[in-house]
Design a protein around this ligand. Sequence first.
Ligand SMILES: Cc1ncc(COP(=O)(O)O)c(C=O)c1O
Length: 418
Amino acid sequence: MTLIGQETKKRIIERFGRHVSSGKAEFFAQVGVDLIFGKREGVYVWDVDGQKLIDCHCNGGVFNLGHRNPRIIAALKKALEELDIGNHHFISEHRALLAERLASLSPGDLKRVIFGVGGGEAIDTAIKLARGHTGRPKVISARGGYHGHTGFALAAGDEQYRKPFEPLPLGFIQVPFGDLPALEAAMDTETAAVMFETIPATLGIVVPPEGFFAGVRQLCDHYGALMIIDEVQTGLGRCSDIWGINTYGVIPDILVTAKGLSGGIYPISAILYREHLNPFLHENPFIHISTFGGAEVGCYVALEVLNILEEPGFLEHVRKMARLFGEGLARLQERHPEVLMEVRQRGLMMGLKMINDTCGPLLTLAGLHHGLLTIYANHDQSVNQLLPPLTIREDEAGEVTEILDRMLEWLEGTIRGK
Ligand SMILES: Cc1ncc(COP(=O)(O)O)c(C=O)c1O
């Protein structure tokens, strides 16, 4: 018996709508999307009805190493011969090993680690640490940024998601991303932390202006605030370096990683923090607890993710693919000037900025018909996110640009016809 393809699409959608999310089922029906992940392997996913798509969404980096990477699966199988989740109250060899390894991959004295399950939880933990360490309330983040839907992460995020849940924790302020004067105007000696994604993905893959992060670092030092960097999407090789922030030559006080650490197979997240923040946690070792955070089987899987990233040639491959995409996308911009306004890129973190807000959803739809999964940025719907697996091969990268060419041609025709 196979695990998938047992039911017709219609029945799956009905069951999902009845028991999981009636709203999602209705939304997707309205926009004409009935994609249901079936088989998945490498850079490809198949709809349950058999249609093949190249995954250039990768769930924000969950599938950095492709779908069902055989080495990650083997690691999980091996871990299951001896391990389970473990007991988070006690000292753990596997958490210690993974923490040591994460520390060895991180700049400066980002040497200490707290584990979690998902990105939002890790962001919450980062903010707890910042407030606990500084004793200050204020947290500044980017307007339109995205850090997850949990407590503090939600408070630091976009109004559309937090408004229905007010009153939320106080002290959260948003400023435009990339605007140092606005940031400075919002900062004072009550500021516990400034938190940004290295490249805000949901805001439209916004590459920060020259010198921005160096300026953020300076302001944080000046006001005694902590700099938190959300590397949930930009980390683990996505921007051609282990951490996206490395490419800006700045060391944050806290760095958050999640999605890709799972290898797409076992959920796990972590924050790395600098040595000078340790006294607060040393005094309060049980102040943050997560039963499943840093599950031991997950640690084993994450170590294999890091083994792969550290292999000679891995980041060089990412850089090579980034160059190829850069050239291919520049050609597409020349061929489709009517719709494609700007290509945003840092490594394999890429965004296509188009002429208006209808273009993102339309390009997503076009992709579903042409065999490419790319999703528009929710907080700037004129941008489509392009995050292929980092393991993508040269011929597959070429296929992506060819498909994009046809998608943009279709988009041009559609926009002209409107
Ligand atoms: C930049 C960023 N931070 C945090 C999160 C939250 O992660 P999770 O969904 O695992 O809670 C996400 C999720 O998309 C994200 O993109």
